[in-house]
Design a protein around this ligand. Structure first.
Ligand code: BES
Ligand code: ZN
Ligand code: ZN
Length: 487
């Protein structure tokens, strides 16, 4: 799909069109006849241009049909960027169902409602790419039809921002496609291969550490989780050097459980079905590295994924075990399903000991409690550093992804301790906080942010720009974080 600015597209040039209409019904670049149609729609209260409204009609242009969707842009008060995304996304999907080949988008009416032209340019490109994706790789009757081109008019679009949006959209889609791959296809080995190929395509280095390396590094907690699986674990290390002049380096760690059966503390089947998605954190850091490298962001970033499966066999680690960790702390295993934090603490120790990073952010589908707490539209954040958190908060705002910081009260500190070991992996309620604090226990004296995306990493149904399945949550915020740190 090619997206380009074309101020002069006419109804006769396209077979589908999306036209933004504000509540004030100010229009530019639409045929006169359409103004009359709009007047009637408004009079009959069929379409008023409100932000959640849309109206589909088939437009007869000379002798050709054009599938037309009017989307409401509302007014300055009701407009939000995510509602705009969802409207464009819904209209785009509806038009794709009609197999249109060339789409015209006219959004001049957004002037006076939302005037950030750069942001609109980025969001529009990003939204088109993100709405274009569905996970149908395994359907033998999947449609090979492709929408060829999108023509944009109505604003003095910013080409750089359009390019940035396209890269962000594609990185998000790449992350989603990783998350959506079933666990029989996306093993730790395959994830490592795909990260390596992606690094080559986008311009970051990837080093894969094998089982013997992981053993030599004494990543005992990571190895304990992986023990029950016949698939070998992989430690994926991705490095991007965007600023030689800076000695600062951002460290990212993504949870990479390519499957989480719960281990011997086995999950019931309904909870297990989506556990191929338990590498949403890995998808986020890999996708973000792609965007950072492709945009040539001037900062240095290292991302690490300790990829493995949590499975059941005679080799599995067991509830009641006391294991060791790369950071040297002993851990009581109260529940083998609290495996993510075990892989994460070794990855966090590794990145601090070997990758000369100055701050570390981990992102993980870590706790069901995050869903109970914030639902599926916001992720939970914990941090030991207000400045680092504030940078992350701003990056989420820029990406229009919701987040909420949870507290680390002194009273909680006793909860992660254990009478027979230094720590327990299943401290219980408040589950999202104790899981994060478990990771914090392995953070040396550097700024740290922990992001729990258990609720936001995948969707149970199609919603706006998101198809059912992986969402690529975190890709855009992590990109904006690296961009901010480059300044
Ligand atoms: N991968 C799960 C968390 C999860 C749940 C992600 C639902 C996405 C959707 C994690 O490994 C897990 O099982 N956590 C347990 C921890 C508990 C045993 C302390 C949980 O949240 O129940
Ligand atoms: Zn688990
Ligand atoms: Zn898990």
């Amino acid at each position: 799909m090619q997206i380009r600015i074309d101020e002069k597209w006419q109804m006769g040039d396209v077979d589908g069109a999306i036209i933004g209409i504000g509540q004030n019904f100010n229009l530019s670049n639409v045929p006169d006849r359409l103004s009359e149609v709009l007047r009637q729609l408004k009079e009959k209260e069929l379409f008023q241009g409100k932000i959640d409204e849309s109206y589909a009609l088939t437009w007869m242009n000379d002798s050709e049909w054009v599938e037309l969707i009017l989307i409401g842009l509302g007014d300055a008060e009701s407009f939000t960027r995510n509602k705009f995304r969802a409207e464009i996304g819904d209209a785009f999907r509806a038009l794709k169902k009609k197999k249109i080949k060339t789409l015209g988008i006219e959004i001049g009416a957004i002037k006076g409602i939302y005037d950030e032209t750069k942001a609109i340019s980025r969001i529009l490109a990003e939204t088109l790419i993100m709405s274009d994706y569905t996970f149908d790789d395994y359907k033998s009757d999947r449609k090979l039809y492709e929408l060829k081109s999108v023509l944009l008019s109505g604003l003095s679009f910013d080409q750089d921002a359009l390019d940035e949006g396209e890269i962000l959209g594609k990185s998000n889609v790449f992350a989603r496609s990783l998350t959506n791959m079933p666990a029989n296809a996306l093993t730790p080995t395959k994830l490592a291969e795909m990260a390596s190929e992606y690094g080559q395509t986008c311009g970051f280095d990837v080093e894969i550490k094998e089982l013997h390396d992981i053993k030599a590094l004494k990543m005992e907690a990571f190895l304990s989780v992986s023990k029950g699986s016949s698939e070998p674990p992989k430690l994926i290390v991705m490095r991007y050097n965007g600023n030689e002049k800076s000695s600062k380096r951002l460290g990212l760690v993504g949870k990479g459980l390519t499957y989480d059966s719960g281990g011997l503390s086995i999950k019931p089947t309904p909870s297990m079905v989506n556990m191929k998605d338990d590498m949403g954190g890995a998808s986020a850091v890999i996708g973000a590295m792609g965007a950072i490298a492709q945009m040539g962001i001037k900062s240095n970033v290292t991302a690490v994924v300790a990829a493995c499966e949590n499975m059941i066999s005679g080799h599995s680690y067991k509830p009641g075990d006391i294991i060791s960790s790369m950071g040297g702390k002993s851990i009581f295993i109260g529940n083998t399903d609290a495996e993510g934090r075990l892989t994460l603490v070794d990855a966090v120790t590794y990145i601090q000991n070997y990758e000369s990073i100055d701050m570390v952010l981990d992102i993980a589908t870590l706790t069901g409690a995050a869903i109970h707490c914030l639902g599926t539209d916001a992720c939970a954040i914990l941090s030991n550093d207000d400045t680092f958190y504030s940078n992350v908060e701003n990056a989420f705002k820029k990406a229009d992804e919701n987040q909420w910081r949870l507290p680390i009260f002194d009273e909680y500190k006793a909860l992660i301790k254990h009478e027979q070991a230094d720590l327990t992996n299943s401290a219980g309620s408040p589950g999202t906080i104790t899981a994060g604090m478990f990771i914090e226990a392995f953070v040396k004296d550097i700024p740290w942010v922990h992001i729990d995306i258990a609720g936001t990493a995948f969707k149970d149904k199609q919603e706006g720009i998101f198809s059912k399945g992986g969402t690529g949550a975190g890709v855009r915020p992590l990109y904006f974080l690296a961009k901010k740190l480059s300044k």
